[in-house]
Design a protein around this ligand. Structure first.
Ligand SMILES: Cc1cc2nc3c(=O)[nH]c(=O)nc-3n(C[C@H](O)[C@H](O)[C@H](O)COP(=O)(O)O)c2cc1C
Length: 371
């Protein structure tokens, strides 16, 4: 049997197979609260060994896109409980991806229309978010100029993550993944070209990663380290993240520092299929050597390349993004060698016409066959 379909013990959470659904924002939560459509969408995909939820804002300040379901109110947590129950009934596991966008936001969706926050007051050039283009009209819009966070606010955001993680556990999630990838708040501190702070959160590698490490520790203290994971995008270029001098060392020493944390997993996001560049050749192997725990990666896999990555020992688990949008039964399709359907890009995000369209209406393979 292919390794893809073998169970895996992920630091105490036992997965039915090694196929992970990557986190994907779908912007279908019109009220900001997960509802029956959200529950059905995840339930349909619960044969994945592990589902990582779409990015879940930890606060109103942490939102950069309208219609993304947060976890900072009781109503949102109750909505998520419907989702986790539906996944568990099917025998699946689900982690929440906890998200703060930092500077990738717009004043129209920030509390009191204030500037978004970041490590420094530098705008993300040519970076679109999804907010109010004018009152009542949602649409893509250039991210606003941020302001730099004060130290006590950095501590407050760590507390926001801790509270969100607690709520996530109460809502039935099996764990949480901190979104440290793809140009969002944690990466705005990690990136040495952007983060020019002159306090204990900028400058040296240890300083640039302090916010992420402290937040991982605080969340682990709250819910247990084996329930906590992190997503990273080494050499990430999405959203105006620029190259910097000690880039390889930043990511490799971070990998080493994560060893002692006893996390559920570390998850690498390769950006080639989402509009940026791939992790440089050979670097993922170096990361693998530096980090001894469970390693997941996403970005352009199919069943053949995923199986090879598991067989070679490059990865422990393989994550699929877009294929899970259009193939709710992706695991069974891969197991049976049934055709994999391409997703429609125009329905990736948003709730324009019908919520179900391009969301919960992709058929299972067997249902689609003439009887
Ligand atoms: C519609 C869409 C939404 C996404 N939203 C998120 C997100 O909320 N958080 C995140 O870390 N990555 C997000 N990603 C990236 C995916 O998790 C994944 O890394 C990427 O799609 C590459 O995998 P693939 O080639 O299998 O699609 C998103 C990707 C897509 C296509």
């Amino acid at each position: 049997m292919s390794k893809l379909f073998e169970p895996y013990d992920m630091n105490g959470t036992v997965l039915a197979n090694r196929i992970v659904m990557a986190p994907m924002t779908r912007s279908r939560a019109v009220t900001g609260i997960p509802d029956e459509h959200t529950a059905l969408y995840y339930e349909q995909r619960a044969t994945a060994g592990l589902i990582i939820s779409e990015g879940v804002p930890v606060s109103e300040e942490g939102r950069g896109y309208l219609f993304t379901p947060g976890i900072y109110t009781d109503e949102q947590a109750e909505g998520w409980k419907r989702v986790t129950d539906a996944v568990h009934v099917q025998g699946g596991k689900i982690f929440a991806q906890l998200w703060h966008v930092g500077r990738l936001s717009h004043v129209s969706i920030q509390p009191d229309e204030a500037a978004p926050v970041s490590s420094v007051a530098q705008i993300a050039e040519k970076s679109m978010v999804y907010a109010w283009v004018e009152p009542g009209t949602a649409g893509p819009i250039q991210a606003s100029r941020p302001r730099a966070l004060r130290v006590e606010e950095i501590h407050r955001i760590t507390a926001d993550f801790v509270r969100a993680a607690r709520r996530a556990m109460e809502a039935g999630f099996d764990g949480v993944e901190l979104h440290g990838a793809n140009g969002y708040l944690f990466e705005q501190f990690l990136n040495g070209a952007l983060n020019s702070r002159d306090d204990e959160y900028g400058g040296s590698i240890a300083n640039r990663r302090r916010f992420l490490m402290d937040t991982l520790d605080a969340v682990a203290h709250e819910i247990g380290s084996s329930r906590v994971a992190v997503r990273l995008s080494p050499f990430g270029r999405l959203y105006d993240m620029k190259p910097f001098a000690d880039e390889a060392e930043t990511w490799l020493s971070l990998a080493e520092a994560l060893n002692s944390k006893d996390l559920a997993y570390v998850h690498l996001s390769d950006q080639l299929t989402i509009g940026a560049e791939s992790i440089p050749d050979g670097f993922a192997a170096r990361f693998r050597q530096a980090y001894q725990g469970t390693l997941i990666a996403a970005g352009g896999f199919d069943s053949v390349t995923a199986e090879a990555a598991l067989d070679n020992g490059d990865l422990d688990l393989t994550a699929f993004g877009r294929p899970f949008i259009s193939n709710p039964d992706l695991v069974e399709r891969m197991r049976q060698n049934w055709p994999i359907v391409e997703p429609h890009r125009e329905s990736f995000y948003g709730a324009n016409k019908s919520l179900a369209k391009g969301y919960t209406d992709y058929p299972f393979y067997q249902e689609a066959q003439p009887s």
